[in-house]
Unconditional design. Structure first.
Length: 383
């Protein structure tokens, strides 16, 4: 602990050397008022925090699971998933022993499925290589699959009382406003400075509560738009609010245009069953089941695209029948428009050229398989 504090001081002094930079000045000002700032935010957190089923639980398994599940996910959306997941896999041993298909099914709809696969892999490491003992420091947590700087800091501080910072989107916004940060928070160096600042502020009692207080302030008061400065417990310490510029911060890099793909999907039926493919374990939506299909090339008709994609993916010939539905879906880096067609298998034995496994499945058994959310949008129409 002593070594990391002196390291932090060294990094801070180099970061704060140039007087002209508003971040450095703003950060120094906040650090100078650290005691009062901490007292104000902690008192508010203990009074006003949302009571959630997992909050206050210090079991490292629950803290770890919660932090992973709530990444890229709103608390309201993620909490029912956390509760269901814990009911199915109440301990790290239960998770390690579970089949990955069950884990993915429990994750279905939450997105970013590599989180589920890594959680499962890490549970196996904890049980198989560590005798079921959880790491108790952030660096050790970071050796586990799927555990980055944020998760390691969160678990180490909340479950083990370590003075480790966390910086997520909420914390970045809060710190940027408190310090009137005019540089883009998407810049790697700027983000690193925020980690250093959070690392100084977290030093003290109850680091887990302090970290959660910062995140909670971002979720409840220091909102992305229309920050509620009037009711903010840390307004006295806030440079952006004093200047009236809170809604102009944080600065972000302009977003790239998101590509949009036209995709055709084949609902291939034979003897009352539909052909499903399991996506390869690694990669996007890995391990989930889907209906075959693919991107439509420029100028290509849907029927031709379907016949081509099915031939490439499965090695079979189909007759394209009725149109079923159009589904629009947005992923983090692209958007898709899916057009689903009923197809009839006319020739060949299906082989998994693009999938790890294929199955002919009765519609009533769809619920046993984990599908991507975009497939869920049309499953009911087939049943
Ligand atoms: S005063 Fe306003 S901008 Fe500053 S931290 Fe509070 S809510 Fe955010």
């Amino acid at each position: 602990m002593g070594r990391s504090s002196s390291l932090t001081r060294t990094r801070l002094s180099s970061i704060f050397r140039a007087e002209a930079d508003p971040l450095r000045k703003g950060s120094r000002a906040l650090i100078e008022q650290k005691t009062g700032f901490r007292r104000a935010i902690m008192a508010w957190y203990r009074r006003e925090r949302r009571e959630l089923s997992w909050r206050g639980v210090l079991d490292p398994y629950v803290v770890w699971l919660t932090e992973i599940m709530l990444q890229q996910t709103r608390v309201e959306q993620g909490t029912p998933y956390i509760e269901r997941f814990l009911a199915l896999f109440p301990s790290v041993e239960a998770l390690a022993a579970a089949d990955i298909d069950r884990v993915l099914k429990a994750w279905e709809g939450l997105g970013y499925y590599s989180r589920a696969r890594n959680l499962h892999k890490a549970a196996k490491v904890i049980v198989g290589e560590r005798n079921g003992q959880f790491p108790d420091t952030a660096p050790e947590w970071r050796t586990l699959p799927g555990v980055g700087r944020y998760t390691a800091g969160a678990v180490a501080s909340i479950a083990f009382g370590r003075n480790e910072p966390v910086v997520d989107g909420n914390v970045k916004r809060v710190l940027a406003r408190l310090t009137n940060l005019r540089a883009s928070i998407d810049d790697t160096k700027v983000a690193e400075e925020l980690w250093v600042l959070a690392g100084v502020l977290v030093q003290g009692k109850a680091p887990g509560d302090f970290n959660q207080a910062l995140m909670e302030l971002g979720a409840q008061i220091c909102l992305p738009r229309n920050a509620r400065c009037g009711g903010c417990p840390t307004r006295k310490y806030c440079a952006a609010s004093a200047l009236g510029v809170q809604d102009k911060l944080p600065k972000r890099r302009p977003k790239k245009t998101v590509p949009h793909h036209e995709v055709v999907i084949a609902a291939i039926k034979k003897n009352g069953r539909y052909l499903l493919g399991k996506r390869p374990a690694d990669g996007m939506l890995g391990g989930l089941w889907e209906f075959p299909g693919g991107k439509v090339k420029t100028g290509e008709a849907d029927a031709a695209a379907l016949r081509r994609e099915v031939k490439e993916e499965l090695g079979i010939a189909v007759e394209v029948g009725d149109f079923v539905a159009t589904v629009n879906h947005a992923y983090s880096h692209f958007k898709v428009t899916l057009r689903i067609y009923r197809c009839t298998h006319i020739q060949g034995k299906a082989v998994p050229n693009a999938h790890s496994e294929l199955k002919w499945v009765l519609p009533r058994d769809f619920e046993r398989y984990a599908f991507p959310t975009a497939n869920h949008k049309f499953l009911k129409l087939l049943v």
